[in-house]
Design a protein around this ligand. Structure first.
Ligand SMILES: *Cc1c(COP(=O)(O)O)cnc(C)c1O
Length: 516
């Protein structure tokens, strides 16, 4: 800068030249990097080798864990990175819920691929900003290819496009926003939703994940705009009921604009009738968004094709590679049929962005809410290349078969009731033999017992399941998105759970008798 500059100039200490040595607070030389990296990978390999012997769950209150961390004051001086890195694997693995354990069946959280961990190291090393093509040429092309491979897994039409985001919530929200842009008047970009005359309505079943409430609230629509589609016995949206809701709402002068289907619900793995819903969306000029965060990838299995028919007609689909493609967290993706819709939704072009207008260069900052973006696609791209479509088909098919095995085992036992099996989710509850209760008393007792049982199972640490509430019944829920789980693992589950159930029931029975 010269004195002629009108901007302010921050002048540093003029006479102290800065040399390469100034980086020593944070730099690792190549030899040190090699050594520390190898030591870390060695330790991680040992931990992986012994993962079966570890408990799935861990104990410790926030205060107890906090006490394991450094003193609360911001560290004044640095510490030798070798010592820091040597201590970290044990700190983390001794105090984490191990979703890479073969007996982990909780939520929709998968075991993570080891190559995914290496890909994260690579992605961080190249440190690509996959917001602008010029900032990340090869990374941008890899992301584009990965999105297209995911599109092929889902069977969506050639020419669709998409973007990586942090997870399913964000992927669904991007789909929601695309629907707003596509269906609502362009003028709301400037004037906001308050300028609209009609009530603009969204349709989703009550089995939809809570992202829909978050989206409706945060984007200013309000949660009242979400209309609940009734569900059938298998907890799938009822298209006949939906059709009459749409007709009635139109007659009232409202404007339905967004239809949401779920392909693999969180509670039971139910897949909404996508084809019928796609037809209704077309008839009523609705944006058709499919939440396939958990189940979407099962569409690639030939034996599931009927169940997923209509997915290819969606305007937008959310999927979560960090679920059923076993990518390390975080990796979500939105795929849209119309490649112009994401830039149409998210692009603003202020003067300080000088990227080449050349069409072939995709600038992903124009595809979602983010500006600077990490290289999330790499671990997913690597996983797809490592396993191939055939490899993933086998893995997904295996998870589904294991959930079926678990459901069948539970059904065959006198001390369990099996509830549902959908995709790779099985739900069931423990029912003590010769239980002398009936009706609502029985239900109440079983709810309390199974709630306590869930806690007891978590505490014991031999396996991890989560829960669902189905028609008022508190049930245990195993969701298998775990390439490490074997048939033997699953066959061990009923006994592992029953022994705690029996103990809890016995102590409760004693207790009741004493109270009498
Ligand atoms: C997991 C899940 C979500 C939320 O995804 P995150 O990756 O946790 O943000 C949304 N919908 C469904 C159906 C899911 O299974």
């Amino acid at each position: 800068m010269t004195d002629r500059s009108k901007g302010s100039v921050d002048r540093g200490p003029k006479d102290t030249p800065l040399t390469a040595a100034r980086s020593r607070a944070i730099e690792l030389g190549p030899e040190e990097f090699r050594r520390l990296g190898k030591e870390l990978v060695d330790r991680l390999a040992d931990i992986q080798a012994g993962i079966r012997e570890r408990p799935v769950t861990v104990h410790g209150t926030p205060a107890q864990l906090g006490a394991l961390l450094p003193a609360p004051a911001l560290p004044e001086r640095g510490t030798d990175p070798e010592a820091l890195l040597a201590a970290l694997p044990d700190l983390l693995f001794d105090h984490s819920l191990l979703n890479g354990h073969p007996q982990f069946y909780g939520y929709v959280t998968s075991s993570a691929t080891p190559t995914g961990a290496l890909a994260e190291l690579l992605a961080a090393s190249v440190n690509a900003n996959v917001g602008g093509w010029q900032l990340s040429p090869i990374a941008s092309e890899i992301e584009k290819q990965t999105v297209d491979w995911l599109r092929q897994m889902l069977g969506m039409p050639n020419g669709s496009s998409g973007v990586f985001v942090s997870g399913g919530n964000m992927a669904n929200m991007v789909g929601f926003m695309a629907g707003v842009r596509a269906k609502m008047p362009e003028s709301i970009r400037k004037k906001g939703l308050a300028s609209l005359q009609k009530k603009w309505l969204v349709y989703a079943s009550p089995e939809t994940h809570t992202w829909i409430q978050k989206a409706a609230d945060l984007f200013g629509h309000g949660t009242d705009c979400v209309r609940a589609i009734p569900v059938d016995d298998e907890l799938r949206a009822d298209p006949v009921a939906l059709a009459s809701m749409l007709r009635e709402d139109r007659e009232q002068g409202h404007r339905p604009f967004l239809l949401i289907a779920t392909a693999g619900t969180v509670s039971t793995g139910a897949v909404d009738p996508l084809d019928e819903m796609a037809t209704l969306a077309k008839e009523h000029d609705l944006w058709f968004h499919v939440d396939g965060a958990y189940g979407g990838f099962a569409a690639m299995l030939p034996e599931q094709r009927d169940r997923f028919r209509g997915l290819e007609r969606a305007d937008s689909v959310a999927v979560d590679p960090h679920k059923w493609l076993y990518a390390p967290i975080e990796a979500g993706c939105t795929i849209v049929r119309d490649p112009a819709i994401l830039p149409g939704t998210f692009a603003y072009r202020p003067p300080y962005y000088h990227f080449d207008e050349e069409e072939a260069e995709t600038n992903f900052f124009e595809y979602s809410l983010q500006n600077t973006r990490g290289f999330r696609a790499l671990k997913v791209w690597l996983g797809i290349r490592q396993a191939g479509r055939a490899g993933y088909e086998e893995l997904l098919r295996g998870d589904i078969a294991l959930a079926r095995e678990l459901y069948d085992r539970m059904q065959g036992r006198p001390d369990f009731e099996a509830f549902t099996h959908g995709l790779s989710i099985a739900t069931f509850r423990y029912v003590p033999e010769h239980l002398d209760l009936a009706g609502s008393e029985r239900e109440k007792y079983l709810n309390e017992l199974n709630e306590a049982l869930l806690e007891a199972v978590k505490k014991a640490g031999e396996l991890f399941v989560s829960n669902a509430v189905l028609g008022g019944a508190f049930v245990l829920r195993a969701c298998i998105v775990n390439f490490r789980t074997t048939t033997d693992d699953v066959r061990a589950v009923p006994d592992l759970i029953a022994k705690h159930g029996k103990k809890l029931h016995e102590s409760r029975t004693e207790w009741r008798k004493r109270g009498e």
